[in-house]
Structures are given as C-alpha cells and as structure tokens.
Design a protein around this ligand. Structure first.
Ligand SMILES: [Ca+2]
Ligand SMILES: [Ca+2]
Length: 77
C-alpha cells in the first residue's frame, strides 16, 4: 500500500458524505471523536488552516500535504 493510499483511507473516513471534500462539519465530527468538545468556529478555523486554495473545503491533496508535513500549516491564523 502506498502512502497516498493511506491518506485516501484517512480522507474517506473523514469525508462522511463522500463528496470528495472535507467540510467544517465533517472535520468537527473528527475532532470531537479525537478530543471531545469542538466549536463550529474551531472547526471552521481548522479547515481554513488546511485549505490552501481558498474554497473553504479540504481536498485530498490539501489533507495529504498536511499529513506529510504538519509544520507547513500555519494554524495560528
Ligand atoms: Ca464531504
Ligand atoms: Ca480547499
């Protein structure tokens, strides 16, 4: 299995409605599963941190870039 395959699997788990993009509500569910209470604002903020093309959604490419190099994402914005 390639690295990309692993990321695709992770992505598919997060992308609940299967439209190929991770929305803020989907990321919120993931964050809640990982760490408890998450506000809509925090979820939207997290999507913005990962979103590099400005469509307010996280694509597989954007998630992969983050997972490969988390330090590349500026989550202080
Ligand atoms: Ca989705
Ligand atoms: Ca995007």
């Amino acid at each position: 299995m390639s690295d990309t395959g692993d990321y695709e699997t992770t992505f598919a788990l997060i992308d609940i409605d299967g439209d190929g993009l991770i929305s803020a509500p989907e990321l919120k569910k993931l964050m809640e599963a990982l760490g408890g209470e998450v506000t809509d604002e925090a979820a939207a903020h997290a999507v913005e941190a990962l979103d590099t093309d400005g469509d307010s959604m996280v694509s597989l490419a954007e998630l992969t870039a983050y997972l490969k190099d988390p330090s590349s994402v500026d989550d202080s914005v």
